[in-house]
Structures are given as structure tokens and as C-alpha cells.
Design a protein around this ligand. Structure first.
Ligand code: NI
Length: 150
């Protein structure tokens, strides 16, 4: 059997990079679907009427092939700019319960991670979104992996 004459394509190494961003925001865990008593039972002091604040850290993990010239998988500056514009500016010093995307949705770390995924998945300057992490408190880290889109 004769070998083909075309040069076999060599797969480029794939890496992930995780960048961290911070913002401060208020929220209140509450759903109108449940009675005040049940809300209080489920969410405890996080259900307090006036809400409370967190210094959130968001981890954005992007997956991409190595650019052999630069040794990089993505333009970090462009990524930072995009996340600032779409996520940090939107939430910093805001009350999450008043964000239109949280209408009828409880502002848990889970739902915040999912929303941030949806805000970024189609809008990355390069690479693919691999994971969103939300650090809400020292002891709470929420990870979300949604539908990957190119
Ligand atoms: Ni909270």
C-alpha cells in the first residue's frame, strides 16, 4: 500500500486559560413562587428583605489551540475587555434582583454562573468557553459548563 503524498496535518496542542474578574453586587434570595415562610425556611438570612452584598470573583475558562508563533491560545487583553464590557460593567455595584435577566429567576450563585455563561459563550474574541466559576464567599464556589458553541 502506498502512502498518500499530502503532508499529514499535525494537531495543535490545546490548552485552557482561566482569567479572574471581580465585582461587588447585592442580591436577595427569594422567589415569588413560594410563600414568605417557605422562602425564609429555604434561604434563611439570605432571604432578608433588604438584601446583602458580596464581592464576587468570576473565573472565565477559555479553551483554544496554541498559536505556534505567539505561544498563546487567546488575546488576553481582548478577552479582558469583553468580560469587562459584558459582565463586570453590567453587575458591578448593582442589585442582581433588578437585572432583567433575573426576572423570575432566583439570584443564586448557580443562576449567576449560568447567566454569565450565556452572556459570553457567543462573544469571545477567540477560543471556546470551557467553564464559568463564580466565587460568592470564601466557602462557596459555583461552576457551570453549558452548551459549548463555536
Ligand atoms: Ni448572598
Amino acid at each position: 500500500m502506498q502512502m498518500g503524498t499530502t503532508t499529514p496535518s499535525v494537531a495543535l496542542p490545546v490548552f485552557t486559560i482561566t482569567r479572574s474578574y471581580t465585582f461587588c453586587a447585592a442580591h436577595r434570595l427569594h422567589t415569588d413562587q413560594l410563600s414568605p415562610e417557605v422562602n425564609h425556611k429555604i434561604f434563611g438570612k439570605c432571604n432578608n428583605a433588604n438584601g446583602h452584598g458580596h464581592n464576587y470573583t468570576v473565573h472565565v475558562t477559555v479553551r483554544g489551540e496554541l498559536n505556534q508563533e505567539t505561544g498563546l491560545i487567546t488575546d488576553v487583553e481582548a478577552l479582558d475587555q469583553r468580560v469587562e464590557e459584558l459582565v463586570v460593567k453590567r453587575f458591578d455595584h448593582q442589585h442582581l434582583n433588578f437585572d432583567p435577566a433575573f426576572e423570575g429567576v432566583v439570584t443564586t450563585g448557580e443562576n449567576l454562573a449560568k447567566l454569565i455563561w450565556e452572556l459570553l459563550v457567543d462573544r469571545l474574541p477567540s477560543g471556546r468557553l470551557e467553564k464559568i466559576g463564580v466565587v460568592e464567599t470564601r466557602d462557596n464556589f459555583f461552576g457551570y459548563v453549558g452548551d459549548p458553541r463555536p
